[in-house]
Write a protein that binds this ligand. Structure first.
Ligand SMILES: [Zn+2]
Length: 56
């Protein structure tokens, strides 16, 4: 039996609509063209309730 740690491959901001996709090649989030959202936004990622950068 193996333990699999799942991590989100996509996330989107519920505030400005920015979407990001995880790129394994560079180990970083990549933003598709045109989905940058608000630069000044404190992004609130709608993933699975985890990985929230800010407490509310
Ligand atoms: Zn945002």
């Amino acid at each position: 039996m193996s333990l699999t740690i799942r991590s989100p491959e996509e996330r989107s901001c519920v505030r400005c609509g920015r979407t990001e996709a995880w790129n394994e090649d560079v180990d970083a989030w990549r933003v598709p063209e045109g989905d940058e959202g608000e630069v000044a936004c404190i992004h609130d990622w709608d993933v699975t309730g985890e990985f929230r950068p800010v407490e509310r």
